[in-house]
Design a protein around this ligand. Structure first.
Ligand code: PAF
Length: 280
């Protein structure tokens, strides 16, 4: 696996591959790799002739009081995880290769960025859309792979790609969970033993919500109320949202149906976790 740090080199590698008729997949990440990321790498390796992984902790998607400075960074460990997989190149640029001094152009993200995460992290998706568009420019791949764990992010990227006519396909892959249901996240390393136990309430609340729907309850107020109760009973008071909304628009609904999705964002100790479950 080649490790590339410059824009010039990565663009050249990908263009040469595309010109040679090879199908290229890209897996954008911020590092601190886990099995969730590796499942995206495997999906790319299965569908493409060349797989590029990117690692870049993108400052523009972190709010002023968020964890940019302490976000886990261990390039050597990430490289070791990627080596056994079919990865052709890792693009790991330094900060100033991506954001030159004086950088002032940002993407105004699509409407689907406004609710939920957008309400609690107002500049987050502006940063995500900007870096993802920049990565797609530098790595003109055929297909990009993202995890369903960041459900709203995947919608923001899909809408941006559609609305800006970007020539790349987006493939969203299932959330990977620990055996006890905790969704894998680079931020799970922040949890102590008690918090990790508490964090299981997120998936439990989502599962019970979908189960309740399948047993015939479609009243969103009741489904949401039960998710809140489940989180509160586990001692999680910092609930940003626990909602059932339309899976395409993320707009509120009164009555759930097969096109609904349940999403939770909550603080467990000082760590903010997100998770979601589709109704069908
Ligand atoms: O999901 C992530 O890791 C990041 O938001 C992404 C898509 C790599 C952009 O920095």
């Amino acid at each position: 696996m080649e490790v590339i740090t410059t824009k010039h080199e990565i663009r050249r590698l990908v263009w040469d591959a595309r010109c040679g008729g090879r199908r290229v997949g890209v897996v954008p990440t911020m590092g601190a790799l886990h099995e969730g990321h590796l499942s995206l790498v495997q999906a790319s390796a299965a569908a493409c002739d060349m797989t590029i992984v990117t690692i870049f902790v993108n400052p523009s998607q972190f709010g002023p009081h968020e964890d940019f400075a302490k976000y886990p960074r261990d390039l050597a460990a990430d490289v070791a995880q990627l080596v056994p997989h079919k990865v052709d190149a890792l693009f790991a640029p330094p900060l100033d290769e991506i954001y030159r001094p004086g950088h002032s152009t940002f993407v105004d993200p699509p409407a689907v960025a406004e609710p939920l995460e957008g309400a609690f992290r107002p500049t987050h998706f502006r940063g995500v859309a900007t870096i993802v568009l920049k990565l797609f420019q530098l790595i003109p791949a055929d297909v990009a792979f993202f995890g369903q764990k960041d459900y709203q992010q995947s919608l923001v990227i899909r809408h941006m790609v559609e609305q800006l006519d970007l020539p790349i396909a987006i493939q969203v892959c299932p959330t990977i969970r620990e055996p006890d249901g905790l969704a894998l996240s680079s931020r799970n390393v922040y949890l102590n033993t008690d918090e990790r136990q508490q964090a299981l309430a997120l998936y439990r609340a989502l599962r019970k919500c979908v189960e309740q729907y399948r047993q015939g309850c479609s009243r969103v107020a009741e489904l949401q109320g039960n998710m809140h109760s489940e989180l509160l009973e586990a001692g999680i008071a910092g609930i940003d949202y626990a909602v059932v909304v339309d899976r395409n628009s993320l707009q509120p609904i009164d009555s759930a149906n097969d096109d609904s999705v349940a999403l939770i964002a909550a603080r467990v100790g000082k760590t903010r976790l997100i998770d979601n479950l589709l109704f069908s």
